[in-house]
Ligand binder design. Structure first.
Ligand code: B12
Ligand code: SF4
Length: 385
């Protein structure tokens, strides 16, 4: 039986390969390798494989092939955008640092189940966020593997966490998925600063793939904004983070909604460290708060709100009940979240505290430091609960 391994002759840019089908001689531009490396079984196997099937990876990825690959992997929508798109100028250095040679970004959308996100039982909403995050990450990884098998370099930065915590409290994300999705034409930013997909509304999570090749067709930004400017997101946010004019109080959201993430967790840990004994610690942190923190650490960190996203009626699949009866929609979706008795985490004297006191007097306020700042002195006692 003839060997499938190549028999090398002549110089370093010329390989003669003896295959079952006969002898194929082929020119290859390849660097000179030391003889010991050239004789290595892995190197010989690679040479043989290349000689038998001398295909270079396609330089331009076919857009239809890519779309089908992404849908089959679990994405609900997809579009590509070149890295040199003007709206991505701010992302370029970060993207190139993560994958040198990136030429295209591929934006993925995965739908969330709407009533899970809307439920006043926030464990239901959190499970939906976490599971959808896993699905979009799984899809992204599957697609990257297929791109790799097709001969490309590609990566899938996490859709959610983990992120680059060395950058904390500054930019910790590898690539801004919203910016990419909008540039790729998958949606537009609503008043609440989430991307609204024309069909699925804001009930989507996003991911971005980085790849070193061009794609045969790129997405175009949509020519309207699906946001209805109904301001239900403004009315729903318990700590006033969403402003009518599209402004966003990042610190208010980060302090309350992200209480069991980065900054809020640090404050909780400081409270443990500052307490003289168990009873003192228990006088500062309720059993429910400790159990909730345990849940976040044991499973996945729980958001406290996301009400802006829950109440948004935009998007063709989402809109019908809102159009049919707006009062009914508000009674069923907005009011239960507004009426919910729950603890709100606010910094003393902050606009968030003022908003919560005026608009939601039935909710409990808990004074905590702003989540991005370390505690200057001992924790203040809760002022109502
Ligand atoms: C940082 C971040 C946050 C921050 C800031 C939010 C924001 N508007 O940027 C916080 C912690 C508040 C947050 C909250 C939420 N987030 Co978030 N978040 C991100 C992250 C990592 C980057 C966002 C980003 O690109 N920001 C920069 C630019 C593009 O955003 P921007 O809106 O133009 O600018 C805002 C920020 O600069 C912010 N800001 C202001 N000052 C500061 C200071 C610091 C230090 C930071 C970090 C930010 C910040 O306020 C600006 C004005 O809106 C992405 C994941 C990713 N890798 O992309 C998810 C992402 C945007 N988040 C998402 C989600 C789902 C949420 C929550 C609903 C989570 C929840 N379950 O409660 C809430 C929604 C709050 C809201 N209305 O925005 C989704 C959005 C999906 C969609 N349909 O658009 C993303 C894309 C994750 C994903 N894989 O799908 N998030
Ligand atoms: S709730 Fe209304 S105003 Fe807010 S983002 Fe959605 S459509 Fe726009």
């Amino acid at each position: 039986m003839k060997s499938n391994l190549p028999r090398y002759t002549g110089n370093d840019t010329h390989v003669e390969c003896l295959t079952r089908e006969g002898t194929v001689t082929q020119r290859q531009d390849r660097p000179t390798l030391p003889a010991r490396l050239e004789a290595h079984p892995s190197v010989r196997a690679v040479r043989a494989r290349r000689a038998a099937s001398p295909r270079d990876p396609v330089e331009v990825i076919d857009a239809d092939w890519l779309r089908q690959l992404c849908l089959d992997a679990g994405a609900d929508d997809v579009a590509a955008v070149p890295l040199d798109h003007p709206d991505l100028a701010g992302e370029r250095p970060h993207v190139l640092a993560a994958l040198p040679g990136t030429r295209t970004l591929i934006s993925l959308v995965v739908r969330m189940n709407r009533d899970n996100v809307r439920s006043p039982a926030r464990s239901v909403a959190n499970q939906e966020f976490h599971r959808s995050g896993e699905i979009v990450n799984d899809a992204a990884r599957t697609i990257v593997q297929a791109l790799q098998d097709a001969g490309h370099r590609a990566i899938n930065p996490s859709a959610t966490f983990p992120m680059e915590m060395e950058g904390y409290p500054g930019r910790i994300w590898v690539v801004a998925h919203k910016t990419v999705a909008v540039a790729a034409g998958l949606g537009a930013m609503g008043v609440h600063r989430n991307v609204i997909h024309p069909r699925f509304g804001n009930f989507v999570l996003l991911a971005t793939l980085l790849v070193d090749a061009e794609v045969s067709r790129y997405g175009e930004p949509i020519d309207y904004n699906p946001c209805l400017e109904c301001k239900l997101c403004v009315a729903a946010c318990p700590i006033g983070a969403i402003k009518k004019d599209g402004g966003f109080d990042f610190l208010a959201c980060f302090t309350h909604n992200y209480r069991e993430f980065m900054g809020g967790f640090t404050d909780w840990a400081e409270t443990v460290a500052d307490s003289t004994d168990g009873p003192e610690f228990r006088s500062r942190v309720t059993d429910s708060e400790n159990a909730s923190m345990w849940q976040s650490l044991s499973f996945k960190a729980s958001y406290k709100a996301a009400y802006c996203m829950a109440v948004c009626p935009a998007g063709e699949d989402v809109l019908p009940p809102y159009l049919d009866d707006r009062k009914e929609f508000m009674d069923q979706v907005l009011r239960p979240l507004q009426d919910k008795v729950e603890t709100l985490y606010v910094a003393p004297g902050s606009p968030a505290e003022d908003h919560a006191r005026r608009r939601f007097p039935h909710k409990n306020l808990r004074h905590v430091p702003l989540a991005l700042h370390s505690r200057p002195e001992r924790r203040q006692e809760p002022d109502s609960e």
